[in-house]
Design a protein around this ligand. Structure first.
Ligand SMILES: *Cc1c(COP(=O)(O)O)cnc(C)c1O
Length: 461
């Protein structure tokens, strides 16, 4: 990227390179499979439980049948029928640069041609670890794993091993993956299905998990190994930390000897190069990363200061391992992303997402529904309600749940999907406008939201 061009133009260019904003892109809609979404979903349901490999993808909470994606390009996704959607899901935040960004495709292609896995140290994991530690203040080392779930699970084991304590404190509505210990009170798909946790998790597995309300600093006993938190909650829709909340957690942990774990699987390298850590100025003891750092490939990472990370095997007594950990293809993809974006690109993206959030709320209310949106960095939360009293932004899971269960989101979701804009099929997810979404695409989403809201409001009126 040439220095000297305006940051705005450059940031837009980041996402545009390689795809055509008018749609189609090079070669048109691509490898459209000659079949229907319904046929594929029927087939999927025969060999895959519920037809999906992650419950958030099901349409359980909005009704209907998921479309089957065959191709993505920047902010667009195409289904097997050749329909094109403006995609605000963006693999739940894993693809910061949009789908099939040429820079990422090239890095992945180069890496995979050199061998997809060795079970030996590779330069790629070193380069990505260096890039991450350079960007996140206080994070001196990372250990790669293959998912955010593993990162959070390993962070808990490390915290327990390092402190010799058992208890884990987490916040209602925060999601840290699907490990037994952390699933209790999870947001996202668990919340969407109305599950308190999961069957198959014995009481003993969660006996040491304490779930407390977000945005209130809990009292910590001397048996607490760690406090795990999403520093910006993005799995109960978007709930930012109240002023003083993260600072309060830091102080409470320091007083009790518990470790503070920031789960930055969504916020890391999305809110800015230094994630929620740099943004809040609060430094945790351990970090969990995932999503953005794999550029759309499976990855996760656990991070911390050198002395604490030395508790991990082979240096220390806490065992943790993985055949595909630090995978050269995934680390190449992640590095390609981190290297391409700089602080000012993030600032530009944040400004664009912020004005999108404001316009989106205005569009939905102009259409006749009630709505409130919030944004932190490029993360956008959208809460909707029926015609009537205004929607207030919630500060915890209880507030988020009341809005998520009013039934309006499912209608708006379908009305927008019919008009070619894909939101996540559940009310607990955030919107992920990224570097691929230019002003033109976001304006289109806003227009569609207004039309969709009008349709929904007239049906409810
Ligand atoms: C997605 C997510 C996870 C789990 O990551 P996976 O790669 O899906 O296992 C953990 N924590 C947070 C905050 C997440 O958003």
């Amino acid at each position: 990227m040439a220095d000297g061009a305006s940051p705005a133009a450059e940031a837009a260019e980041l996402g545009r390179r390689g795809w055509n904003a008018e749609g189609g892109g090079p070669g048109g809609p691509g490898p459209v499979v000659d079949s229907t979404n319904l046929a594929w979903f029927d087939r999927a349901s025969r060999v895959i439980p519920g037809g999906v490999d992650s419950p958030v993808r099901s349409f359980a909470s909005v009704g209907g049948t998921p479309f089957t994606a065959v191709r993505g390009e920047g902010p667009w996704v195409y289904d097997v029928e050749g329909a094109r959607y403006l995609d605000l899901v963006q693999s739940y935040g894993a693809v910061l640069l949009g789908h099939a960004h040429p820079h990422v495709v090239e890095a992945v292609t180069r890496a995979v041609s050199a061998g997809s896995s060795f079970g030996m140290p590779t330069p790629g994991e070193v380069l990505l670890a260096e890039a991450m530690c350079e960007r996140v203040p206080g994070c001196e080392q990372v250990r790669f794993v293959s998912s955010g779930t593993e990162a959070a699970m390993s962070a808990v084991r490390l915290a327990r091993g390092a402190t010799g304590r058992a208890r884990v404190v987490k916040f209602d509505g925060c999601y840290h993956g699907h490990s037994d210990v952390l699933l209790a009170g999870g947001g996202s798909g668990v919340a969407m299905l109305g599950l308190p946790g999961s069957a198959g998790v014995p009481a003993a597995a969660v006996a040491d998990t304490l779930v407390v309300p977000y945005n209130r600093v809990p009292e910590l006993g001397d048996d607490v190994a760690c406090v795990v938190v999403e520093p910006v909650a993005a799995n109960m829709n978007l709930v930012p930390p109240a002023p003083g909340f993260l600072e309060g957690l830091r102080a409470a942990c320091d007083a009790s000897g518990a470790l503070l774990v920031f789960d930055e699987v969504i916020t890391g390298f999305r809110l800015g190069p230094g994630g929620a850590t740099a943004r809040s100025g609060v430094t945790p003891d351990l970090w969990c990363f995932g999503k953005v750092i794999g550029g759309g490939m499976p990855i996760g990472a656990l991070g911390g200061p050198r002395d604490l990370m030395a508790v991990l095997a082979p240096l220390g007594p806490v065992y943790q391992a993985g055949t595909l950990s630090g995978n050269p293809v995934a680390t190449a993809a992640g590095l390609a992303v981190l290297e391409l974006v700089s602080a000012r690109h993030y600032e530009e993206l944040e400004a664009r997402a912020g004005s999108f959030a404001v316009s989106l709320a205005a569009a939905v209310t102009d259409g006749g529904l009630q709505a409130a949106t919030g944004s932190v960095g490029p993360l956008v939360g959208l809460f909707v309600g029926p015609p009537g009293p205004p929607v207030e932004l919630p500060s915890d899971y209880e507030g988020a749940r009341v809005l998520a269960t009013n039934g309006v989101y499912a209608r708006l979701f379908h009305a927008m999907l019919r008009r070619g804009v894909a939101l996540a099929p559940g009310p607990y997810e955030v919107l992920f406008p990224g570097f691929a979404h230019g002003d033109r695409e976001l304006a289109r989403a806003v227009q569609v939201a207004a039309d969709a809201a009008a349709e929904v409001a007239s049906g409810l009126g």
